[in-house]
Ligand binder design. Structure first.
Ligand code: NAD
Length: 250
């Protein structure tokens, strides 16, 4: 098993890609702690993992709350004794043009998608330093690399900030044995993209930007995250793993 003996913390694990990653990590032998603001959905994923013979605990976590991060990390350490992996996956989407952007909408997206990654990282780093290392995986987006008219400008700015924050963390904590990499999914079939996929005109426009001509599956991202979480990627840090059907290759 590729994560045997590891303890992993995943944010935004109640549904979508985070839930698929929590299940895959448990299947690969990790002890998983995952958090989300959606408590009912989170408990259902926790039950699914237990039924499949995996070990996971769900905790309420709002990634914009330092208190929540402190409690989740303390619980993980008390329960499993260490933390080897953090996946900063929680995020919110958005659509619209710059002119429609209220300051409140801008700040909310930046708070969850960018500040949430910073808070998660500073919450786990001391435990990883004590353990002599770890792997942090930040879920950015293909829109953290290139601009597009298919999402809110604040979303793209937040994901661009995650991309470069990842490299700063990688450099500053390399000597601690902590690796930090970003993952850049293109459009993926999750609840986040459902409203956009349901809009036929929008969906067509989105598909036209993907050389492979199809939306990705959450599993196709989760296997990339698994690689970065495992020791198979022991010399990989500060890297960008693009999983987007070719969107940014053009
Ligand atoms: P999703 O909406 O299905 O899942 C996101 C999860 O994050 C939800 O369970 C949600 O409740 C949780 N979340 C939102 N705000 C939170 C908060 N403040 N604290 C804790 N949890 C919170 O979306 P998804 O598609 O699975 O997205 C996962 C990540 O991948 C996000 O960061 C997203 O921006 C990114 N991403 C998604 C796509 C895509 O096409 N689906 C593409 C590129 C990047």
């Amino acid at each position: 098993m590729r994560l045997e003996g590891k303890v992993a913390l995943i944010s935004g694990g109640a549904r979508g890609m985070g839930a698929v990653e929590a299940k895959l990590f448990a299947q690969e032998g990790a002890k998983v702690v995952f958090g989300d603001v959606l408590e009912e959905e989170g408990r259902a994923v926790e039950a699914d993992i237990a039924a499949a013979g995996g070990e996971a605990i769900f905790l309420k976590l709002d990634v914009t709350s330092e208190d929540d991060w402190r409690r989740v990390v303390e619980t993980a350490l008390a329960r499993f004794g260490k933390l080897d992996v953090l996946v900063n996956n929680a995020g919110i989407g958005g659509s619209g043009h710059l002119g429609d952007t209220s300051r409140a909408a801008w700040e909310r997206i930046m708070d969850v998608n960018s500040t949430g990654v910073y808070l998660g990282t500073v919450a786990v780093v001391p435990a990883m330093q004590r353990a002599g290392g770890g792997s942090i995986i930040n879920i950015s987006s293909q829109l953290g690399i290139v601009g597009a008219d298919t999402s809110h400008p604040a979303y793209q700015a937040s994901k661009g900030s995650v991309r470069i924050l990842t490299k700063a963390i990688a450099i500053q904590h390399a000597k601690d044995g902590i690796r930090c990499n970003s993952v850049h999914p293109g459009p993926i079939d999750t609840p986040m993209t459902a409203p956009k996929r349901d809009d036929a005109e929008f969906n067509e426009r989105m598909l036209s930007k993907i050389p492979m001509g199809r939306i990705g599956r959450p599993e196709e991202v989760a296997t990339g995250v698994l690689y970065l979480a495992s020791d198979e990627s022991s010399y990989v840090t500060g890297a960008e793993l693009v999983i987007d059907g070719g969107w940014v290759a053009q």
